[in-house]
Design a protein around this ligand. Structure first.
Ligand code: 9MG
Length: 288
């Protein structure tokens, strides 16, 4: 029987090679105006660089930069605003920290501009469904994280409903997106799959999806899981957002046990320890 923890996986991320033969942590760097102390754009840029540096020191393998909120109810920002928020950060993280930067965006223009400044990965919660995104991602040659989402952030949490078990709906969606990405010229081995926790899902959908996530490894592609500080933790544990670390560590651990190779989190240091501990256990005794 194939050892499901022994899949060799490498992503070619521009100048970087990302080894996913073991689980890695992606640190979240939001560059929306509410993410920084109110000291103007210049201070915000320095603060973003400092946060990224801290996450890298704590063991993050990837820094995921997002200039637009994807929280439930959030609306898209104008293109120029998104470019102005993210590009200076990409430039500094690449030139000063030699960081592997992922761009959390749905816009082809942003993907193109970020790629030309050295970004190494694209993370699109809309799975390249916006006009021009498939082509831009294909042209960049960068790995792409394709994620399941029902609806749009503006309306996704209004009354999410599925005609089939959530894990089957997610698998069917990802299968279609893989085919469309490949048809557009994106190499299959450059895709990362994400069940999209919290995106058009009720709490019971999220819990079941995590519990039944392991069959998504059958696509033979790396899985990414993002549950850090999300409302599924808040609802189960009745915790406000600033008290969700323990819940998030439990979920990250479970995701790794079920095959995730990237976990996307705010709290990098504690997650690196939790993931490394989990991985050490998984490496022993799976062969007999
Ligand atoms: C941007 N963003 C917010 N949550 C996310 C998640 O769960 N996965 C990915 N890939 N991106 C996310």
């Amino acid at each position: 029987m194939q050892d499901r923890y022994a899949m060799p996986m490498q992503l070619r991320c521009g100048r970087h090679q990302l080894d996913l033969s073991y689980p890695r942590v992606m640190g979240i760097l939001n560059v929306t105006p509410d993410s920084f102390s109110d000291g103007g754009r210049h201070n915000a840029l320095d603060e973003a660089v400092y946060r990224a540096e801290t996450m890298l020191a704590e063991g993050a393998a990837i820094i995921d930069i997002g200039g637009e909120s994807t929280r439930p109810g959030a609306s898209p920002v104008p293109l120029q605003e998104e470019l102005d928020r993210v590009l200076p950060v990409v430039e500094r993280l690449v030139s000063e920290l030699d960081a592997l930067v992922s761009l959390d965006t749905s816009r082809g223009e942003v993907m193109r501009e970020a790629a030309s400044r050295g970004a190494g990965m694209i993370n699109d919660v809309r799975s390249l469904r916006w006009p021009g995104a498939l082509e831009a991602a294909a042209m960049s040659g960068l790995p792409v994280c394709v994620m399941h989402m029902l609806g749009e952030p503006t309306d996704m949490q209004l009354a999410p409903h599925y005609e089939m078990p959530i894990e089957e709906a997610v698998a069917a969606f990802l299968e279609t997106r893989i085919a469309e990405c490949e048809a557009a010229g994106i190499r299959r081995e450059q895709l990362v799959l994400d069940p999209g926790f919290g995106f058009g899902k009720r709490v019971e959908h999220n819990l079941r999806l995590l519990n039944r996530m392991q069959p998504l490894t059958d696509f033979g592609l790396p899985l990414l899981a993002g549950m850090s500080r999300k409302s599924m933790i808040g609802k189960v544990l009745a915790r406000p957002v600033e008290e969700r670390l323990s819940g998030g560590l439990a979920l990250a651990t479970m995701a790794v046990e079920r095959g995730a190779r990237i976990v996307r989190v705010h709290d990098v240091g504690p997650t690196v320890d939790a993931v490394n501990m989990t991985w050490a256990v998984l490496q022993e005794g799976t062969d007999a």
